[in-house]
Design a binder for this molecule. Structure first.
Ligand SMILES: *[C@@H]1O[C@H](CO)[C@@H](O)[C@H](O)[C@H]1NC(C)=O
Length: 205
């Protein structure tokens, strides 16, 4: 009688195990693979520029006339999986000109994102030239030159012009400087000092 009950229980547990066990196994899929994106940043302007970013790659500078840096970002491009580095916002400084909220990577908003994927046959360059921040995508495949290439101005760089007036050098330094007219919205929020840019960036502007 007693042993009969134990057998029934054992069978019940065995059946339960058969039913229940496959469920957690199916749910425990391997974690999503991280995708690696590469953006080559290039400064084609005449003076060095400095960046102070809220995330990787943190603080760095790009030399004048071609200084570059290859920056990689790791993200998991899967629904329901948090982005590791969705966007990177920086303080940009160049020759006494400052902007906060200059984006150097935006996984959520850049349509070019896929082209920056390492091993995807295309390349992404973030070029600073002619007072513009430009995202350039090129195809490295010689079989299909030009395929998928694009060039998009992300924004203008606020660079004061101090030589517009003949009387400029009669004034105290900086007094004769103005921001020239420009075609696109600025790539960030313009500030007169680094400190002001740093304060704005801590409160998210
Ligand atoms: C970045 O990568 C490009 C292309 O591979 C290379 O030519 C360049 O020297 C690299 N720059 C740095 C600073 O490593």
């Amino acid at each position: 009688m007693i042993s009969g009950s134990i057998d029934v229980l054992a069978v019940a547990f065995a059946v339960a195990a058969v039913i229940v066990v496959p469920v957690p196994v199916a749910a425990a899929a391997p974690p999503p693979r991280l995708d690696t994106y590469l953006v080559r940043m290039v400064n084609r302007m005449e003076r060095k520029m400095e960046f102070d970013c809220d995330e990787w790659p943190d603080d760095f500078e790009l030399r004048a006339n071609g200084g570059d840096m290859n920056v990689t970002y790791e993200t998991a491009d899967r629904p329901g999986y948090d982005y590791l580095t969705p966007r990177v916002s920086c303080i940009w400084s160049y020759e006494g000109n400052y902007m906060s909220s200059v984006m150097i990577w935006d996984e959520e908003k850049w349509p070019e994102k896929k082209a920056c994927l390492v091993g995807g046959g295309r390349r992404c360059e973030l070029v600073f030239e002619n007072k513009e921040e430009v995202l350039v995508v090129t195809t490295s495949s010689p079989a299909a030159p030009g395929t998928g290439s694009s060039r998009r101005v992300l924004g203008d760089l606020a660079v004061k012009d101090c030589s517009t007036h003949w009387y400029g050098h009669l004034l105290p330094w900086g007094a004769g400087c103005t921001y020239p007219s420009h075609d696109h919205a600025y790539a960030g929020t313009v500030h007169s000092t680094w400190t002001a840019a740093a304060m704005a960036s801590t409160i998210g502007h």
